[in-house]
Ligand binder design. Structure first.
Ligand code: GAP
Length: 504
């Protein structure tokens, strides 16, 4: 099976079984935007809940926030996003494809570069001049390309009852202006009322550092965590939900004393790596990759990626960066507000007096939640050859999702829709609800088809209610991964499911 086959099968399963749909599908779909259906939203929320429990609830040193997506424009000036959060964009002068220069295929030495004279429509072919930038158009292979220009990835909008175009029109009305002057006035009108959709959740944790530290009396080292939507006007969106314009992140900024960042970076890379692996079937599909010196972001003194082996190969899942004091210092500088921490436990080496003030350093584990859904779907997808009840060889498709991530933990299936079996099944479902366990009541189609359906959506257990249940309060419990069935009491079934959910 090729990598494309695997990804296509996962895309098809997630659509067929109500996990992920193309956004606005009835209108032809919106490129790179996806909707999470009834089972997808459960998977996504389960991953988010596991992260929150692990990163916030189970720790004394981390607290959470939920900040607004829109922030003061100065935030993005201070963070460097306004000036530097851009991709190098190039237009192919041959086929008009627009693409990212840094992701374009390298030009192979000695290859003839073909391009269509006069563009796509003319149909007249001749050898084009070999470009000097070292890469070619990923669509048609031409080296006849525009100059690179920087394209800022932040989505821009305006706040309040201001239409930047109205401002622009009243500004230029009656004036004789050149094209360049008009462009400048237009840009100014847009800029003056512009606000941005956040391209990362991280900045709110820096901007609210003092509020959180003081209101919660947090002592360094401590962390502030947040989950939520982020937006990037990605030039290249690709590979299903891997890179989209609207996505969700799970980020934590861990503030530590300068000089201790190396040990905290080690701690967080190891801690995050083991978190990813605890829910995975194939633990070796996750690996740590240290950034090369020339790959480091300008604010980082070290960084690791946690990469996952997707169907197309190793690619990023989470970044764990050592961001120095860059962000807090930049926000202090831009806002004019002092941002620092007074450590009463330490002695000032210069004066010998108790207490030192410093700007904390930051370690940032930054993960993608929507990307996590993709990684765990890839990890869980399996096809197994088996023999059905009629002796026919069949391929069983299943999602071996960890029970804590699975949308349903258990399916309760009355063997037939009569003789009081549905009532007993519904009572068992409500017992699961009372225990806080998401169960599915399912009476549609044959029992075999119901097992197959729940295998495909990753339900770890199916309980079948039959006539014997009416006599002795027992049910059969079927394990998704082994397909083994055993007869247990109703209470026993509840215990089996509970135990499995809590085990790693
Ligand atoms: N605050 C640091 C930061 O945002 P990043 O590496 O740009 O770092 C962190 O993003 C994580 O967010 C990535 O590892 C990835 O999982 C996810 N992510 C980033 N851009 C994404 C996109 N366009 N679509 C889906 N997930 C994305």
């Amino acid at each position: 099976m090729t990598s494309n086959d695997t990804l296509n099968k996962i895309v098809s399963l997630t659509k067929r079984r109500g996990f992920i749909f193309q956004s606005s599908e009835i209108y032809g779909g919106l490129k790179s935007a996806y909707d999470y259906g009834p089972l997808g939203v459960e998977l996504k929320r389960n991953i988010a809940a596991e992260w929150w429990k692990f990163m916030v609830h189970e720790r004394e040193d981390v607290v959470g926030i939920d900040a607004s997506i829109m922030m003061h424009p100065s935030v993005w000036k201070a963070s460097g996003h306004l000036a530097g959060f851009s991709d190098p964009l190039v237009d192919c002068l041959n086929c008009k494809e627009r693409f990212r220069a840094d992701k374009a295929p390298q030009m192979e030495p000695g290859t003839a570069i073909n391009w269509v004279k006069g563009g796509k429509s003319s149909g007249e072919k001749s050898a084009g001049t070999v470009g000097t930038c070292g890469y070619v158009c990923p669509h048609c292979g031409s080296s006849l390309l525009s100059d690179e220009r920087q394209f800022n990835l932040m989505f821009k909008t305006s706040i309040g009852p201001v239409d930047p175009l109205d401002n622009f029109l009243s500004e230029v009305q009656g004036k004789e202006l050149s094209r360049a002057e008009l462009r400048e006035k237009l840009e100014e009108a847009v800029r003056s009322s512009a606000i941005y959709l956040r391209p990362e959740t991280a900045q709110a944790m820096f901007v609210q550092f003092m509020n959180v530290q003081q209101t919660m009396s947090m002592k360094v080292p401590f962390g502030i965590a947040q989950q939520g939507k982020s937006f990037r006007n990605e030039v290249t969106t690709e590979k299903f939900i891997f890179r989209t314009c609207e996505f969700e992140q799970m980020e934590m900024e861990y503030f530590c004393e300068p000089g201790t960042q190396k040990e905290w970076l080690k701690y967080w890379t190891e801690t995050r790596m083991s978190w990813w692996q605890r829910y995975a079937n194939n633990k070796s599909a996750f690996k740590l990759r240290q950034h090369d010196e020339d790959e480091l972001a300008h604010y980082a003194d070290d960084c690791y990626d946690i990469d996952y082996n997707y169907p197309w190969g190793w690619d990023e899942l989470e970044g764990v960066a050592s961001r120095t004091d860059y962000d807090l210092s930049k926000h202090a500088e831009e806002s004019g507000v002092k941002i620092s921490y007074f450590d009463q436990q330490k002695t000032d080496p210069a004066t010998g007096k108790p207490g030192i003030r410093y700007v904390p350093y930051v370690i940032e584990p930054a993960a993608g939640l929507t990307r996590a859904c993709l990684a765990y779907l890839c990890d869980a997808y399996a096809e197994e050859e088996g023999v059905d009840a009629d002796g026919q060889t069949k391929t069983r498709v299943l999602l071996k999702l960890h029970p804590r991530l699975a949308p349903f933990k258990v399916a309760v299936l009355p063997l037939v829709k009569k003789d009081g079996l549905p009532d007993v099944a519904r009572k068992i479902v409500s017992d699961f609800y009372k225990a806080g366990i998401n169960a599915s009541y399912d009476e549609q189609q044959s029992i075999g088809k119901r097992y197959a359906r729940h295998d495909e959506v990753g339900t770890p257990y199916c309980l079948t209610i039959d006539h014997q249940t009416l006599e002795d309060n027992t049910v059969t419990i079927r394990d998704r991964d082994t397909t083994k069935q055993e007869r247990v009491s109703i209470d026993g079934a509840l215990e089996v499911v509970k135990e499995r959910i809590n085990a790693f």
